[in-house]
Structures are given as C-alpha cells and as structure tokens.
Design a protein around this ligand. Structure first.
Ligand code: SAH
Ligand code: SF4
Length: 343
C-alpha cells in the first residue's frame, strides 16, 4: 500500500496520527510548525522531533512539496506567477502580489475547475482534481520563500471553486492562520466563491473571521446563467438570502466581484439589477474590467461604463472600487490562470 500523503491531513488528522504513535499532544504543534510554518520538505529536517519518530513518520507518510516548473515576473509591477508540479505530477498556478510591506498570495484550491465560467481560462479548461489541504497551504509557503519574506495575506482566487473543495480549503486556511503555521490573520485570508450556497452557510458558522468574496458578475438571472453555467444550481434569490444570513450571523461584510464585460453585464438594466441586489446588504463591490482569455470573444467594458457603475454604486451608498490590474503582462491577472503554461 502506498504511504498516505501527510498533506492530505488537517490538524485533527495530524493529531490523531501522532496520538496513535503514542506521542504527547504538543507534538502536533511541532509538526505543524515544520510543515506549514517552515515548509519542511523532508521529515529528517524536523530536528526537534525524536529521531525514532521522524523515522516512524517517514515510513507512514509521504511528504510532498510543490516543485517549481516555471516562474514569470511582471516587468510592470513585480507580480510573480508560478507553475508548480505536485506529488502526483499535476500542475497548478499561484500568484504573488507584492505591495509595499505586504505580500498577498493568490492560491488555487483545485486543479482546473468544473464551473465553466465563460470569461475564465481555468473554467474553459475543465476540472482535473481537488487539491489536498497541504497542497493549498504550501503555495503560500513556497511563494513567500521565493520573495524571501512572509505572506501577510492569502486569497483563494486562483484556479478552482474553493467551496467545491470545502474541507481541504478550510483545513488549509487553518494552517495558514495558525500561530505555529503561517500566522496570517483570519481577516487577511479570503475565500472567493462563484456562489456555492452550502459553502457560504458553512463559512458563516466557522469560528474564524475569514473574509468572504462572491463572484456575482450579474444580478440578472438569465445573464448570470449564461456567464456562469456551473452556478445555475444556486439562484440569485437564494444567494441573496444566504448572504443576508451570512452578514447577520457574522457581522462581516461581503465582497462582490463583478467582471465588466462589454454589452453583456454592463448595461443600464444590469446596473439597476446590481443596485437592487446590493441594497440593504453590508457589501463592497469590486469592479474588474474583464481580462482577455484565449478563445473567448468577451471584451472589456469601456472606461466610461466602468466609471458609470462605480459612480452609481457609490451614489447609492454602496462601497465600490475598481480592481487594479496586476501581472497582465505575464497572464497572471484574474481569470488568466491555467493548469499548464503553454510555452
Ligand atoms: N473560482 C473562484 C475564485 C477564483 S477567480 C471564483 O470564481 O470566485 C477570482 C475572480 O476573478 C473571480 O471573481 C472570477 O470570477 C474572476 N474572473 C475570472 N475570469 C476573469 C476574467 N477573465 N477577467 C476578470 N475577472 C475574472
Ligand atoms: Fe471556476 Fe472561478 Fe473560473 Fe468560474 S471564475 S470557472 S468558478 S475558477
């Protein structure tokens, strides 16, 4: 039987494995520190664990760490895009976004994505598999190591629908949040969903104050259905209710992502629907002029339309901003990630 991958375990799983080896409780923190605080690539490096335990762990578990296949650095703004090879040969991308003393890592939660959004390169390529908790968290460790600093923020906005891989994403966020892990504040850890309602409900009930972003892209059901076919299962009316409940339970604000596409979701009727959707909800709208992806004819809204949306939202008392494009020269902007880099 092949050894289990230690990266498949959440914190409880690690604690149980150590307990079954007769180890005291404090070993869990030590192991988490090695795996997610320091990014160990071998059990042998874990010098404060007894040698016999290191051997025992190495016999039971494989320990994979993402291997760098390709790194691109934006000449425009220092954004770095990475293609990693995982333990089984699958590849995923992550992005590192430096800004002053901050480093935000945009991580993937799945290899590919099944949601099939029309404007997204990941969605066009289809779904391969879920990432393991450790494979999600390791992207942050690996990117921070490359920058020679610690990550201050992480956003699950790379490839994949995080709530289609809820348990692994949450387990990873807990490793990233943990003092003995990456030590990133819960509010600085953001999960972005295409609107998977059961995931939104579960997140509302978690004890941590993780930040929620929702890819809205249209508040008109028929438009949203055609742009985001995978999200049809969760209609806008129910989504609106689930978000109101989320705000009520957590007291936290929701961020909406709205990729503005010329003639598709940037009309006056779309704007009015968006205003109605946001009315009375504690939210922030992030307007993203859509980025080009290969094989898609969708074009960016004009500057005037983007400004019209921003102004109308703000005038109605809805917080709104236009997302600054980063890493476009290396195809690292929103929606441009793919599981393979075509050389
Ligand atoms: N799968 C998750 C998280 C990743 S995508 C989700 O969809 O929420 C991060 C954001 O970029 C999402 O809002 C996504 O809809 C948006 N996006 C995808 N393709 C884009 C494109 N071509 N231009 C601009 N934004 C895009
Ligand atoms: Fe998947 Fe998000 Fe891309 Fe939609 S936008 S296909 S949910 S990664």
């Amino acid at each position: 039987m092949p050894a289990a991958d230690v990266k498949s375990l959440d914190r409880t799983g690690l604690a149980e494995a150590l307990e079954s080896l007769g180890e005291p409780g404090y070993r869990t923190g030590q192991l988490v520190r090695w795996l997610y605080g320091r990014g160990a690539t071998d059990f042998e490096q874990m010098t404060d664990l007894p040698e016999a335990l290191r051997r025992e762990l190495a016999g039971r578990f494989s320990l994979s760490f993402p291997a760098l296949v390709r790194r691109q650095v934006s000449a425009a703004d220092g954004t770095r895009k990475y293609l990693w090879r995982l333990g089984d040969g699958a590849t995923v991308e992550s992005v590192g976004l430096p800004a002053g003393s901050r480093l935000t890592v945009c991580l993937s939660t799945q290899v590919g994505c099944a949601m099939g959004c029309a404007f997204c390169a990941t969605g066009r390529a289809g779904f391969v598999r879920n990432l393991l908790p450790g494979e999600i968290a390791d992207q942050v460790t690996a990117v921070a190591r490359d920058f020679g600093t610690r990550a201050t923020n992480a956003v699950a906005m790379g490839q994949g629908e995080p709530f289609a891989n809820y348990d692994a994403t949450l387990a990873a966020f807990r490793f990233l949040n943990a003092k003995d892990g990456a030590g990133i504040g819960a509010r600085h850890l953001t999960v972005s969903t295409s609107g998977v309602i059961p995931g939104i409900r579960r997140l509302a009930s978690e004890p941590e104050q993780f930040t929620l972003a929702v890819s809205l892209h249209s508040a008109v059901q028929s438009t949203r259905d055609s742009l985001m076919p995978g999200a049809r299962r969760w209609p806008l009316l129910e989504l609106r209710e689930a978000l109101a409940a989320y705000v009520e339970t957590t007291g936290r604000r929701v961020t909406f992502e709205y990729a503005l596409i010329d003639g598709a979701n940037d009309t006056e009727a779309e704007l009015q629907a968006l205003l109605r959707f946001c009315a009375g909800l504690l939210c922030h709208v992030n307007l993203i002029p859509v980025n080009a992806v290969p094989g898609s004819a969708l074009a960016r809204s004009s500057k005037q339309r983007v400004e019209r949306f921003r102004h109308a939202l703000q005038s109605a008392g809805v917080e709104a901003s236009v997302r600054v494009e980063r890493g476009a020269d290396i195809d690292a902007a929103c929606g441009q990630l793919r599981q393979r880099c075509e050389a």
